[in-house]
Design a protein around this ligand. Structure first.
Ligand code: ADP
Ligand code: MG
Length: 600
C-alpha cells in the first residue's frame, strides 16, 4: 500500500512537472522551438490514431495523411468560400469530422475485410489517389493550394500567434492521449487489444470484430482529421504536399518508432522523428559540404537500426525509467453482475445430422445428439475423430456443410460466433487463446464482455468505472474459483500451460453461460490440478450449469459426466451412460481398449 501510494505520488509529481513545463515553454521558448513543438503536437495526434489502429489493433495504414488532408481542406474551403462560415472554423471541424467519418466508414467497409498485406496496399492506393485529387481539383486550388484561411479564435481570443496556438494544439493532443489511455483500459479497449491475434477468441465472447475494426479505423481517421484542421488554421494556407503518401509513411514511422503499443509512444515517436529530421537537415549539408536530400537516407538507416535494437519502439524502453503504476484496486463492494435465470427443463442444445466436410474429408458425418439442461455431456473419441470440429460447429467458429443445431429452441447454425455467444454459450479453446501480455484479470474480464455495455465514448471519458469495477469483481471471483487468485495481475502468458487452461475456464465462467463448452480442459494439467478441475465442474453442475466436455482423458470423463457420446471417423459410434460405454465392445475396440491397455 505504501509503495503504491508513494509511486502514485511520484507519478502525480512527474505529471505536475510535465504540465508546468508545457505551460511555461510556449511563453519563453524561441520561435523555432515553438514551431517544432506545434508540429510534434499535430503529428502526435495522428500517430496516436495509428497506435490504436496499427500498434494495438494490428491494422497497418499508410493512408492517414489523406485524412489529415480532408480535415485541412474542408476547413480551408469552407472558411474561404462560404461567407457565413468564415467566422466559424469550429463548425468546419464538425463538418470535416462528419465527412471523414463517412469516407473512413466506406473505406473501412471495403478494405478491412482484406487480410494480410492487402490492407496496407489498399491504404497506399487510397493515400495516393486522395493526394492527386487534392492537387487536381480546381476549386481546391490545385497544386498551388489555398491561402487566406482565418486564424482560430477561442472564446473571442484570436490565436494569431504561434505561441498561443501551441496551447490549443497541446490541450487537444493531451486530451486525445488521455482518452486513448482510458479507452485501452476498458471493455471496448480489451476488445480492441484482441483484434491483433485474438480474433476467434473475441468473437467467441461476443465481439463483432468486423464492426470493431471499422470503428477503430474511423476513430484513427477522426484524430487525423482534427490534426489537419488545426494545421490549416496554424499555417493559414494548405496545399497537397503534406497529405501525400510520403507523409503517410512518416506517420506510421512515428507510431512504430515511438512504440506502437502504447499511447505515449505516439508523442515520443512524433518528437523523435521531427527532431531528428530537422537536426539532420541542419547538420548533413555542412557535414557533407553540399546540399541534397541526404537526410532522407540517413533517416531511413537510423530507423532501421533503431528497430533492430528495439522492435517495440522507444517508449517501452523509456517506460522503465518511470515508476510503474500499481495494479488496479479491486473494489469488493462493487455490485456483482446479475446472473442469468436457471436453465429450462428438457434439451438445451439439439444437434441434428450435423455435417462438416473439409474438401474431401468428412470430419463430422451427419452426427445427431442433444445436451439436456443441467447435465455434463462428454464427447469422446480417438484423436482426429472430429470432436473439436463438432465443438466448433456449435460455437459457430466453423460453418456447417449441412444439418441443424438449435440452442434453447433457436436455430444457431450459420450464425456468427458473437451472436451465439450472446445467447449464452461460452467456450474454451483446445489450443489456448489468451492475450498473453494482458493480465490474468483482464483476460478473464474479457469473458464478461457481453454483461457490460460501455462503448467507446463512455470508456474514453472514463464514465465506465462502475461497470468496469463490476467486471473486475466478477473476473476476480472466477479466478478465485479456478484457484488462481495468487496470479491475478500476472501476464497470462507467463503462467504454465495447465494454469492457462484454468484461466480459459475462468474467462468462460465470467460470461455466466447457460451452456459451457470445454475442449480438452484437462490436457496438460497435473494430477492434482485435474482433481481440482473435477471438483470445480461438479460444483458447476450442482449449480445448474450445462456442460459439453470434449475429452481425451478417459478417467477424467468417467467419473464426471452424466452421459457420453463417442465419435470415431466423424460418426457417432455409441451413446449412453459412462458405465454402458465402458462395457461397449465397439468402443473398447475403437478407442478404450488401446488406452486401457496402455495404462495397465
Ligand atoms: P479431434 O478433435 O477429435 O481430435 P478434429 O475435429 O480436430 O478431431 O479433426 C477431425 C478431422 O478433421 C481430422 O482428420 C483433422 O485433420 C481434420 N480437420 C480439422 N480441422 C481441419 C481444417 N480446418 N481443415 C482441414 N481439415 C481439418
Ligand atoms: Mg480436438
Amino acid at each position: 500500500m505504501t509503495t503504491s501510494r508513494s509511486s502514485l505520488a511520484l507519478r502525480g509529481a512527474a505529471l505536475c512537472a510535465v504540465v508546468a513545463a508545457l505551460v511555461a515553454v510556449p511563453l519563453s521558448a524561441p520561435p523555432f522551438w515553438i514551431t517544432l513543438l506545434n508540429y510534434i503536437g499535430l503529428y502526435s495526434i495522428v500517430a496516436l490514431g495509428l497506435v490504436l489502429l496499427t500498434g494495438v489493433a494490428g491494422q497497418t495504414s499508410f493512408g492517414q495523411a489523406a485524412f489529415v488532408g480532408i480535415g485541412a481542406y474542408v476547413t480551408a474551403y469552407l472558411s474561404t468560400h462560404v461567407e457565413t462560415l468564415s467566422w466559424l472554423p469550429w463548425l468546419n471541424l464538425v463538418v470535416g469530422l462528419a465527412l471523414t467519418a463517412l469516407i473512413a466508414l466506406a473505406l473501412g467497409f471495403i478494405t478491412l475485410r482484406m487480410r494480410g498485406h492487402y490492407l496496407p496496399l489498399a491504404t497506399i492506393a487510397w493515400g495516393i489517389s486522395l493526394y492527386y485529387l487534392f492537387g487536381n481539383l480546381e476549386f481546391l486550388g490545385g497544386h498551388t493550394g489555398m491561402t487566406g484561411i482565418p486564424a482560430l479564435s477561442v472564446a473571442g481570443f484570436e490565436l494569431r500567434n504561434e505561441r498561443y496556438f501551441c496551447y490549443l494544439i497541446w490541450v487537444i493532443a493531451l486530451s486525445a492521449l488521455w482518452m486513448a489511455h482510458n479507452l485501452l483500459d476498458s471493455r471496448p479497449g480489451r476488445a480492441i487489444r484482441a483484434l491483433r491475434g485474438g480474433l476467434d477468441m473475441a468473437e467467441a465472447f461476443g465481439v463483432n470484430t468486423g464492426r470493431l475494426k471499422i470503428v477503430v479505423f474511423v476513430y484513427a481517421a477522426l484524430l487525423a482529421c482534427v490534426s489537419g484542421w488545426l494545421y490549416a488554421h496554424l499555417q493559414r494556407f494548405v496545399n497537397p504536399t503534406p497529405f501525400g503518401l510520403n507523409q503517410g509513411i512518416e506517420y506510421l514511422f512515428m507510431a512504430v518508432v515511438g512504440g506502437a503499443g502504447s499511447v505515449w509512444g505516439a508523442v515520443v515517436g512524433a518528437a523523435l522523428v521531427t527532431l531528428l529530421k530537422t537536426q539532420l537537415q541542419d547538420w548533413l549539408p555542412s557535414l557533407l559540404g553540399r546540399s541534397g536530400n541526404f537526410e532522407v537516407i540517413v533517416f531511413g538507416i537510423l530507423i532501421i537500426l533503431l528497430l533492430q535494437r528495439t522492435r517495440d519502439g522507444v517508449w517501452p524502453w523509456l517506460a522503465r525509467l518511470v515508476p510503474s503504476r500499481a495494479p488496479p484496486l479491486l473494489r469488493s463492494a462493487a455490485k456483482p453482475f446479475l446472473a442469468r435465470a436457471g436453465p429450462p427443463p428438457g434439451p438445451l442444445l439439439v444437434v441434428e445430422a450435423a455435417r462438416k466436410e473439409f474438401g474431401g474429408l468428412v470430419a463430422v458425418n451427419d452426427l445427431s445428439f442433444e445436451i439436456r439442461s443441467g447435465e455434463i455431456l462428454g464427447l469422446i473419441g480417438p484423436n482426429g475423430a472430429g470432436k473439436s470440429t463438432m465443438f466448433n460447429l456449435i460455437g459457430g467458429a466453423l460453418p456447417m456443410t449441412r444439418g441443424a443445431i438449435a440452442f434453447d429452441g433457436k436455430r444457431i447454425a450459420g450464425q456468427d460466433p458473437y451472436v451465439i455467444a450472446g445467447l449464452g454459450v461460452a467456450r474454451t479453446f483446445q489450443h489456448v487463446r489468451l492475450l498473453p501480455e494482458m493480465s490474468v484479470l483482464d483476460n478473464v474480464a474479457f469473458g464478461a464482455y457481453l454483461r457490460g455495455s460501455a462503448g467507446f465514448v463512455r470508456a474514453a471519458l472514463r464514465l465506465d468505472r462502475r461497470e468496469e469495477a463490476r467486471a473486475m469483481h466478477e473476473a476476480a471471483l472466477q479466478i478465485g474459483r479456478v484457484g488462481l487468485a495468487a496470479h491475478l495481475h500476472a501476464p497470462a502468458g507467463s503462467l504454465p500451460l495447465g494454469q492457462q487452461r484454468l484461466v480459459e475456464i475462468a474467462r468462460a465462467l465470467a460470461a455466466d453461460p447457460r451452456l459451457l463448452l470445454l475442449d480438452e480442459p484437462a490436457a496438460g494439467l497435473r494430477y492434482a490440478e485435474k482433481q481440482e478441475l473435477t471438483a470445480l465442474l461438479r460444483t458447476l453442475k450442482r449449480e445448474g450449469m450445462t456442460i459439453l466436455l470434449v475429452e481425451h482423458d478417459m478417467d477424467f470423463v468417467m467419473g464426471l459426466t452424466d452421459r457420453l457420446v463417442v465419435m470415431d471417423f466423424g460418426e457417432k459410434l455409441a451413446e449412453g451412460l459412462p458405465v454402458e460405454i465402458q462395457e461397449n465392445p465397439l468402443v473398447r475396440e475403437a478407442y478404450l481398449g488401446g488406452v486401457v491397455e496402455e495404462k495397465a
